[in-house]
Design a protein around this ligand. Structure first.
Ligand code: 2AM
Ligand code: CA
Ligand code: CA
Ligand code: CA
Length: 281
């Protein structure tokens, strides 16, 4: 049995509780009220219900911590050092289409650094978790990034910029540069799980532009604790608010970063809603 700290146990039990609602609602999509936050940016009652459960559970056990939540925005805590960074449903489009690739993602930030993360896919019943210095796990299995070095053997994940956002031509250039060199490219549509799959060695690498802190907070520490590297496109480690994120083992990460660098600089990221999130990791 892998040792789970009290902090990880708190996150695991909150995610398990919130996941009950998601599992119930998955497949009942026609009954969910769906609205749009922007072009191709859907939010359902399921996102909001899951976030309410996470907020209630986490604030009950750690009443002082602050929150950064995709749907609810920022809530200051009396403890100015710690806050939860939460995506209650990462992969909403998949969820609404009956595609079982979505997750709850919870990160813990302490003084600007991510110190723990948990990503739970309730359909596969895969709970990924990591704590600084303690390693990364899926359920009770220790994770290690893939060891492949030759890009020709690598499967690389990415995300496509959303309708109405991002520079699609630049993305296609990046995609072309990567596709010429690797065994395959995948686009599954839930960034937290893309990072979890890099941590577990299913994917050899991942890159995406314009993600928000709640998409990647937990995934960053998972990949790092599994022995991988996560930076922005220029190689900087402060990546939580970067326009572009690149992940992989040390060698694949650098090869992938250099490849996409040739497509030029990523567009500036649009400011997140109520984003007072100034801390970095
Ligand atoms: P979400 O499902 O929580 O919104 C897929 O590339 C990633 O981008 C997912 O993590 C997804 O998170 C996010 N995403 C999908 N559509 C989006 C949109 N229109 N605006 C911002 N983020 C989006
Ligand atoms: Ca969303
Ligand atoms: Ca998300
Ligand atoms: Ca979400």
């Amino acid at each position: 049995m892998a040792f789970r700290s009290p902090l990880i146990n708190v996150m695991a039990s909150a995610a398990t509780k919130a996941a009950r609602g998601l599992k119930r609602d998955f497949g009942e999509v026609e009954n969910l009220q769906v609205s749009k936050k922007g072009p191709a940016d859907f939010v359902s009652v399921a996102d909001k219900k899951a976030e309410e459960v996470l907020h209630a559970e986490l604030s009950r056990v750690r009443p002082d911590f602050g929150f950064v939540m995709e749907e609810g925005g920022i809530i200051e805590g009396s403890d100015k050092s710690h806050r939860w960074i939460i995506d209650p449903l990462d992969g909403t489009t998949n969820f609404l289409h009956g595609l079982p690739q979505f997750a709850i993602s919870i990160g813990v930030e302490r003084d600007g650094e991510i110190i723990a993360g948990l990503i739970y896919n309730p359909i596969a019943d895969e709970m990924y978790w990591a704590e600084k210095g303690a390693g990364a796990y899926c359920n009770d299995r220790r994770l290690r990034v893939a060891a492949r070095k030759d890009l020709k053997e690598c499967v690389i994940a990415t995300g496509i910029p959303f309708h109405g956002r991002g520079d699609h031509l630049r993305f296609l250039k990046e995609l072309g540069l990567v596709m010429r060199e690797v065994a395959g490219v995948r686009r599954f549509g839930a960034a937290s799980l893309d990072l979890a799959f890099v941590a577990s060695g299913r994917f050899d690498g991942f890159w995406e532009t314009e993600l928000q802190s709640w998409d990647i907070a937990a995934g960053i520490i998972l990949v790092r604790e599994a022995g991988g590297v996560v930076t922005d496109q220029r190689g900087a480690k402060k990546v939580l608010h970067a326009p572009e994120i690149v992940a992989g083992n040390e060698i694949v990460h650098e090869k992938l970063r250099r490849l996409i660098e040739r497509a030029g600089l990523p567009p500036k990221k649009p400011a997140a809603k109520k984003s007072a999130a100034k801390a970095e990791t």
